[in-house]
Write a protein that binds this ligand. Structure first.
Ligand code: EPU
Length: 429
């Protein structure tokens, strides 16, 4: 298993480019199940999660070929509509094949994803939305079994106890494209990844209006034709690099960033003292002083994203005072707290809130990645900590960041990937 060894203290300088969005790519790849003809997706990041979904799509009869940043997808055989637990459990976002399979093939059997390190993560809203479109759905041996001759448009309220659902909206929006008549989703998620998905579906011939707002209308069509599509830049990867610049008191230029997708993040970072300025198709980030503390609550888009909560917390560990961080989307998404404590942070957790008392210095330590964004936070902490930090189980970070250690090293960070067996060999020499 790989780990990162980081010697903290280098100020980041230079330039880095942000890849296409992972969370836009996943539902767009699933939507290709509904296409007649070939789909070509551009700027697809080279990530474990993309590989997992490609494997699953392969089992569902789709050819997937990758060359550089381009992913070519084409359905060759529609006979298997079973997304097996073995594949789904590797990545719960696999649930986004449910809507497309059901709409196109009239049936889908998709293993119910379990919980994960960030919480229990139910899929009741996905099911409620598809049932409203006329699907018959039952649970059999841990699989969601959905059938429908042809789905029928409906008015659907898709809000849940924690607000809107991103992949739930994606599933219902995709399925409604091939339904008969008009669907209206109320309380739809507004994340830019859904707007990108809707644009792709419209390019294929769908009739979606209002994507990016809480009320999305879809006029069903009979078929969708494969088309090329370029992904939006990954706003979470961009936010993570912005915070890497900030925490190291660095000065970096980040290309391929949609600052309009990062308004809440830029606003919060400017409030605490980070300079985030637009520069062409990207941003320049600099930070030359100790940061101010702040309060932040994660919210659905356009609020502060839960996917940057852990990284912001790493920064606030070093702020000049007390900060309060609340996660309203995933109240249990605080696995990074215990690891940051190992690095000397002062954090008190109370329910879905963490109170962080800023200190002057974090201290390098062996820590363990628990999920994708928590791992990113530990890497950020390692970049400034005194001494050496080793982050174990970096397969979590490989799910969502393409070669992050090489890109940070190119900015001047002292970080390298080592394999546990290499490390043991070096120690015995
Ligand atoms: N929820 C329900 N019922 C449902 C679905 C969701 O109660 O049927 C709840 C969830 O438990 C949570 C809230 O609604 O409290 C929002 O969850 P959502 O469904 O929006 O999450 P998701 O669609 O499964 C996507 C991203 C996550 C990101 C969340 C929130 C993808 C592939 N995943 O997940 O990304 O944290 O939206 O923005 O798009 C990541 O990239 O690290 C990641 C976890």
């Amino acid at each position: 298993m790989d780990k990162f060894v980081i010697n903290g203290g280098s100020r980041l300088k230079g330039g880095v480019r942000i890849n296409g969005s992972k969370n836009a790519a996943l539902p767009i790849m699933a939507a290709a199940l509904m296409a007649e003809g070939a789909v070509a997706i551009q700027d697809v990041p080279d990530l474990a999660d993309i590989k997992h979904l490609s494997d699953l799509l392969g089992e569902l009869g789709m050819d997937a070929t990758r060359s550089d940043g381009r992913l070519d997808l084409k359905v060759r055989d529609e006979s298997n509509s079973h997304a097996r637990y073995d594949l789904v459990r590797k990545m719960r976002a696999s649930i986004c094949v449910l809507g497309p399979l059901l709409a196109r093939r009239g049936k889908a059997r998709v293993a119910m994803p379990g919980g994960c390190a960030i919480g229990s993560r139910p899929v009741d809203l996905h099911i409620r939305g598809l049932k409203a479109l006329g699907a018959h759905i039952e649970l059999d041996s841990g699989d969601i079994v959905a059938t429908a001759k042809r789905l029928k448009g409906a008015e659907i309220f898709l809000g849940g106890p924690f607000g809107s659902t991103v992949l739930g909206t994606a599933n219902v929006m995709m399925a409604a494209c091939l339904a008969e008549g008009k669907t209206v989703i109320e309380s739809a998620a507004c994340e830019p990844e859904l707007t990108d998905l809707a644009e792709f579906l419209n390019e294929m011939g769908a009739k979606i209006t209002g994507a990016g707002t809480p009320r999305v209308a879809i006029e069903g069509v009979k078929k969708l034709a494969g088309r090329p599509h370029r992904l939006i830049p990954d706003r979470i990867e961009a936010g993570t690099f912005i915070m890497a610049g900030a925490i190291t008191n660095g000065e970096i230029t980040i290309a391929n960033v949609r600052l309009d997708h990062l308004m809440a993040v830029a606003d919060k970072l400017r409030e605490v003292g980070v300079m985030v300025e637009p520069a062409g198709q990207g941003v320049v980030v600099s930070c030359a002083r100790r940061l101010e503390p702040t309060d932040v609550t994660t919210q659905p888009y356009p609020g502060f994203p839960t996917d940057l909560q852990a990284q912001l917390m790493a920064i606030l560990c070093l702020a000049d005072g007390n900060s309060i961080v609340t996660d309203k989307i995933f109240p249990d998404r605080f696995m990074h707290v215990a690891e940051l404590l190992r690095m000397g942070a002062t954090i008190h957790k109370e329910g879905a809130t963490a109170i962080i008392t800023g200190i002057r210095r974090l201290i390098g330590a062996p820590v363990m990645a628990s999920d994708l964004r928590a791992s990113a936070a530990l890497v950020l902490a390692g970049l400034v900590a005194k001494g050496t930090t080793t982050v174990a189980r970096v397969y979590h970070i490989d799910r969502g960041y393409d070669r992050i250690e090489q890109r940070l090293a190119a900015l001047g960070a002292d970080i390298k990937r080592v394999n546990d067996s290499d490390a043991a060999k070096a120690a015995s020499e």
